[in-house]
Design a protein around this ligand. Structure first.
Ligand code: ZN
Length: 250
């Protein structure tokens, strides 16, 4: 029976043929013996492979692959990449250095001290800040690949609540204060191992003072006059689109 083969290298790139997931009875490359093959969904298997792509195949960055794969297939690829990432990068116990072996489909156990290890997921927040009914804050960060404007985002730090994280990131990047923080939605962001959590927050006080190491620009933009914004795959875009189509809620 034919299967879909989701094959990743350690750069989080996925093997494609003719811009599709390879579909065949046998995998186009052999799974190295130290790696594992996972059946993660009906008719779908994945594993890590760090060799060269065979002729007529190519490795493509997982995020960029969203332009080629249909959305449900791209989501599946995201899940598969996390299984493979765990397989490839968690080999030894962080406490004693003993060898880790799988103890369930998504956990490993140290063969020496018996410590159990699960894949690490890094929580990150992203927040749309609005002022009045018709203005939002958008910024251009130095690490954006493109000229678009996005939202304030950052990683949760140890010992922090999500609300504290949101207020700290906004204060660090822009010096502004916000209130009325409300949750919107979340999204796995496997580039690698992140979970994006989207929020809205209302401007409270302060003047914009940008953190120059992080941002090149940050401004209020009016409804109907937005600059280029992030691609549809992103939580930033979902937040902006929601704000743009639900004026009555702001
Ligand atoms: Zn150990």
């Amino acid at each position: 029976m034919k299967k879909n083969w989701f094959i990743f290298n350690s750069k989080n790139e996925i093997l494609l043929k003719d811009n599709k997931i390879p579909c065949a009875e046998v995998s186009p490359v052999e799974c190295p013996k130290e790696n594992h093959v996972f059946e993660f969904s009906e008719g779908c298997s994945c594993f890590g492979f760090d060799g060269k792509a065979p002729e007529n195949y190519e490795f493509e960055g997982l995020r960029a692959a969203h332009l080629k794969l249909e959305r449900p297939v791209h989501y599946k690829a995201g899940k598969a990449s996390e299984l493979v990432n765990f397989d490839l990068t968690y080999r030894f116990c962080p406490t004693c250095g003993g060898r880790l072996e799988y103890s369930s489909e998504i956990s490993k156990k140290c063969q020496n001290c018996e410590k159990e290890i699960w894949p690490r997921i890094n929580p990150a927040i992203i927040v749309l800040i609005y002022r009045g009914k018709d203005e939002i804050l958008l910024s251009h960060a130095r690490n954006f690949r493109g000229s678009f404007y996005g939202l304030t985002a950052g990683f949760l730090e140890t010992g922090e609540s999500l609300e504290e994280c949101i207020k700290r990131e906004i204060s660090e990047e822009t010096s502004l204060k916000v209130k009325n923080i409300r949750y919107f939605a979340s999204q796995p962001w496997p580039y690698p191992s992140q979970e994006m959590m989207g929020f809205f927050a209302e401007y409270e006080s302060g003047e914009i003072k940008i953190q120059e190491e992080e941002l090149t620009d940050c401004r209020w933009f009016k409804r109907g006059e937005l600059p280029e914004i992030p691609p549809k795959i992103s939580m930033a875009r979902m937040l902006i689109d929601y704000w743009d189509t639900h004026r009555e809620e702001f």
